[in-house]
Design a protein around this ligand. Structure first.
Ligand code: GDP
Length: 367
C-alpha cells in the first residue's frame, strides 16, 4: 500500500522483489491491491486474502512478503489465513542488513533495530498470554528460573524485559563504539587525512569496490589505522598522500525508521566526509530510482551538500544500451567493474582529483 498511483505501487513491488532476491528468496508472483487505506485487520482486505491464499496454494510459496509495515495483529491474521510465513518490508530490510553487517558496530546496530522491531510484536506461544501462576509454568521458557519472576508475572513480560535490557545494553555499546570512532576520526582530521565515504544502494557493490580500491586483507601497521573498523581502510594516492575510504550502510527506499535510528551515528559520519563516492548498480532495472533513494537518505543526515562522485558499477554484466543511456544521463560518472577491475584506475584518479588539497599553513611574521 502506497499513497501514490498503481505505477508507484508497481515500482515499489519491483523493488521489493529485488530486495527479496538480495535476501536469497526466489520470487514467484506479485499481487497488488488497490485500496484507499490499509485494512486494519488484514492490511489487504478480506477478499484479497482469499486471492492471496489461492496464489500461495497454486505456486507452493512458503512465504508472503508484504510491501509495507504490518501491525502485529495484521501479521498474525495474515499468517493464520494463508498458513505460511508472512514478512513485511521492514523485516525483509532488517534481514538484508543483518546479512550485510560486517563490523562489530554494524552488527550491534542491526541487532538493536531488529529488537526494536520485535518488541511490540512479541507474542507468547499460542494466542493467549497465559498467566504463569502456580507451579506449572515456572522454571521453563525464558530461563528465568524458579523464584525469579514475581507472582502472576507472565513469560511474555520476562521476555520483554530481557529484550529491553539487551536494547539498553546495545545502545550503550553503540555509544561507546561511536566515541572511539569519533576520537579516531578527530585524530585523522588533525593529521589532515581526507575521508572518502562510499555510499550507495544495498547490493550496488560498495564493499567489492572498497576491496578493489584498498588491497583488502593488507594489514596496515600504522597507529592511525591499525585498529580501524574493517569498513574504514587506508588508501594511498599516486602522489603518496593518504586518505581513508569507508564503506557505509546500504540504502534502500523508505528505510525503516528502526534502521535510521540505529544507524544514525554511522550515517551521520558520512556527513563528515570530504567526498562521497556514490555507487550505482549498472545492472539494476531502474538505476535512477536508486540514485534518488540514496540522495533522500543523504539529505536526511545533511550529507547532500558534499562533493559527490557518481560511479556506475557492474559494467561487466550491464547491457550496452543501459550503459549508453546512463553515460548520457551522467556524463561525469565513472564506469567500473569491481569484478574485472575495468575503470578502477580511472576511479582512483577521479577520487584523487577531488580530494581536498593539503592546507597550506600561513603565518604572519610580525616585525
Ligand atoms: P554492497 O551491498 O553495496 O556492499 O555490495 P557488495 O559489494 O556486497 O556486492 C553485492 C553483490 O554484487 C555481490 O553479489 C557481488 O558479488 C556483486 N558485485 C559487486 N561488484 C560487481 C561487479 O562489478 N560485477 C558484477 N557482475 N557483480 C558485482
Amino acid at each position: 500500500w502506497t499513497e501514490g498511483t498503481i505505477a508507484d505501487a508497481e515500482n515499489s513491488l519491483t523493488e521489493l522483489a529485488a530486495l527479496a532476491e538480495t535476501a536469497g528468496s526466489q520470487v514467484l508472483e506479485g499481487l497488488i491491491q488497490r485500496r484507499t487505506r490499509p485494512d486494519p485487520a488484514t492490511y489487504i482486505g478480506r477478499g484479497k486474502v482469499d486471492d492471496l491464499g489461492a496464489v500461495v496454494l497454486s505456486t507452493g510459496a512458503d512465504t508472503v512478503i508484504c510491501d509495507g509495515e504490518l501491525s502485529p495483529s495484521q501479521l498474525r491474521n495474515l499468517e493464520q489465513r494463508t498458513k505460511v510465513k508472512v514478512v513485511d518490508r521492514t523485516a525483509l530490510i532488517l534481514d538484508i542488513f543483518a546479512q550485510h553487517a560486517k563490523s562489530k558496530e554494524g552488527k550491534a546496530q542491526v541487532e538493536l533495530a531488529q529488537l526494536q522491531y520485535l518488541l511490540p510484536r512479541l507474542r507468547g506461544w499460542g494466542e493467549t498470554l497465559s498467566r504463569q501462576t502456580g507451579g506449572s509454568g515456572r522454571g521453563g521458557g525464558a530461563g528465568g528460573g524458579v523464584g525469579v519472576r514475581g507472582p502472576g508475572e507472565t513469560k511474555l513480560e520476562t521476555d520483554r524485559r530481557r529484550i529491553r535490557h539487551r536494547i539498553s545494553r546495545l545502545r550503550r555499546e553503540i555509544k561507546n563504539m561511536r566515541t572511539v570512532r569519533v576520537t579516531k576520526r578527530a585524530r585523522r582530521t588533525r593529521n589532515s587525512i581526507p575521508a572518502v565515504a562510499i555510499a550507495g544502494y544495498t547490493n550496488a557493490g560498495k564493499s567489492s569496490l572498497l576491496n578493489r580500491l584498498t588491497d583488502a586483507g593488507v594489514l596496515v601497521e600504522n597507529a592511525l589505522f591499525a585498529t580501524l573498523d574493517p569498513t574504514t581502510r587506508k588508501a594511498t594516492a599516486s602522489d603518496g598522500r593518504i586518505y581513508t575510504l569507508s564503506d557505509t550502510v546500504g540504502f534502500v527506499r523508505h528505510l525503516p525508521h528502526q534502521i535510521v535510528e540505529a544507524f544514525r551515528s554511522t550515517l551521520e559520519e558520512v556527513a563528515e566526509a570530504d567526498l562521497v563516492v556514490h555507487v550505482v548498480d549498472g545492472t539494476h532495472p531502474d538505476p535512477e530510482e536508486q540514485v534518488r533513494a540514496v540522495h533522500e537518505v543523504l539529505a536526511e543526515v545533511s550529507a547532500d551538500r558534499l562533493p559527490e562522485l557518481l560511479v556506475v558499477n557492474k559494467t561487466d554484466a550491464a547491457d550496452e544500451d543501459t550503459l549508453l543511456r546512463l553515460k548520457r544521463l551522467w556524463p561525469d560518472a565513472i564506469f567500473v567493474s569491481a569484478y574485472s577491475g575495468r575503470g578502477i584506475e580511472d576511479l582512483r584518479s577521479a577520487i584523487e582529483d577531488r580530494l581536498p588539497q593539503p592546507a597550506v599553513e600561513v603565518r604572519a611574521v610580525l616585525p
